[in-house]
Write a protein that binds this ligand. Sequence first.
Ligand code: HEC
Ligand code: HEC
Ligand code: HEC
Ligand code: HEC
Ligand code: HEC
Length: 396
Amino acid sequence: MFSRDRTLVWLAGFLGVVVCAFAVWQEMNPGYRRYQREFRRLIEERFGPERAALTPAGVQQIWIRSANRVDRCTSCHLGVTWEGLENADLPYRTHSKKPLEHHPIERFGCTYCHGGQGYATKLPDAHGWVKDWEEPLLDTTLAKDYRVREKWAFVEMNCNVCHRFEREIDGAGIVNLGKKLIREKGCRACHIINGRGGTIGPDLTWEGDKNPEQYDYTRITTLPTLLAWQIGHLQSPKSFSPDTVMPDFGFKSHEAMAIALVLMSWRKVDIPVDLLPGVVRKDVPTPEELERERTMREGEGKFFVEKTCFICHDVSSLGIVSATKIGPNLALAVEDAPRRFGRTLDSFLMNPTGTMQVVLSKQIQLTDEEKREAIRLLKLAYRKYKEQQSAAENKP
Ligand code: HEC
Ligand code: HEC
Ligand code: HEC
Ligand code: HEC
Ligand code: HEC
């Protein structure tokens, strides 16, 4: 008798522990049912019992047929397409209209823009806070961690996975800034991007797919991620690879972030053709851009790109364009150097003073032969400059 009671007490205690553990576990892994109950209550409060009766029950899912992928986020995010829940708490809030205007959820689902684990119906799993899940929800805390002003900067990165060939995407400001800088700073002089560009640096076309393990994070003080590496490298290429010729463009942290987001968006994602914007399928350059890129890479002035003089100097008559224009236009150096320094260009470059003394001793090392090549090219540039000028004057 006694021992049976003891067993019962023991069993009851054990059950109690199990129930408690289950409750704690449920609290930490809330499933969709709890949110559906609360949603029904919310709708009843706001719109009455009739509409509450119409709220969905059971797993909700969007099946993206062509990708054979399901997003069940709407099992909890129940108000996405409702009117009148704009000020409700998450996850019940109405979705802002703008992103869904061109991307109706029936066709696009949620995860192409937001990340997360589409088929999960419990919170930590769905938001991708699970080990080894590669595409966590790109939520606003991520933006906080990286101190970006745009709360949804990381969603913009995903916009660009589909919209990579457009110059500008309405609604993706920080990504647009990154794309503009990549175009203007002449990255293509040294890097192939979408099949076009130079080969001094690595091909960047699928930069977002590179294996994070191949990078060294010892210099990263923030998060040891590829994104953080990209930001650091863009701001100071030499601290990551001391011998690199990649220039320090003096990017502000906001600009480096914008470029890094674009670089990270350049990855191969299996997206069905019917979900890719059709208008522009290729990165179509204007004819002027093509010509400028070609001239910088292959033209007579390519020396000034390869040696990175173009970071600071235009050589206008050879088609070399500097983004910073820190130094004078070298097309005029033949007549300018004597005026500025009281000696010939040859003498100046062989034994420079001022800024160029620092540049040529610290930043760019040239052999005497390379210096003579620079002088030869600058004389050519000057002749061309004069020719172009007289041609312009002789025009009616
Ligand atoms: C089990 C319920 C549940 C599921 C399933 C779920 N969510 Fe959530 N979601 C929530 C809750 C609760 C919040 C608000 C609290 C929070 O942010 O943790 C939220 C917040 C969010 C936010 C706002 C984050 C922020 O930083 O403000 C986004 C975006 C989001 N969810 C997207 C998704 C996507 C995409 C999916 C599908 C992959 C999904 N959710 C699936 C419950 C869920
Ligand atoms: C075309 C891309 C796109 C799709 C598809 C998309 N969203 Fe969003 N979503 C955004 C953007 C951009 C924002 C933030 C800016 C805004 O609110 O306009 C956002 C914001 C959110 C928020 C935060 C709302 C808030 O007020 O803080 C939640 C939650 C969310 N989305 C859930 C979803 C769910 C669930 C789906 C699928 C049913 C979905 N989204 C589909 C782009 C998208
Ligand atoms: C899964 C791929 C995909 C993602 C992710 C995506 N879009 Fe789109 N977007 C499209 C497609 C496809 C269209 C063309 C819609 C149609 O078929 O009419 C489009 C159209 C647009 C348009 C209308 C003008 C145009 O270029 O056709 C804008 C603006 C736009 N998207 C912005 C965004 C923004 C901002 C985001 C991120 C919040 C985003 N897109 C995310 C595929 C995508
Ligand atoms: C003068 C040539 C030159 C220019 C201009 C240049 N780069 Fe580079 N870049 C290099 C070289 C060389 C490397 C390889 C060594 C290194 O990591 O710095 C490199 C490396 C990189 C890497 C790392 C690639 C990897 O995964 O290892 C990225 C990303 C990059 N450059 C982006 C850019 C961007 C964006 C621009 C324009 C704003 C740019 N580069 C302009 C020469 C250049
Ligand atoms: C970091 C910026 C920077 C780089 C890189 C740079 N220069 Fe300069 N350079 C200057 C500045 C600034 C001047 C103006 C003179 C001064 O302030 O001392 C100058 C002046 C010159 C002059 C004299 C021009 C004149 O009109 O008087 C020549 C020639 C010259 N640089 C050649 C070069 C060559 C060749 C390279 C590449 C091997 C190069 N520079 C790289 C900043 C730079």
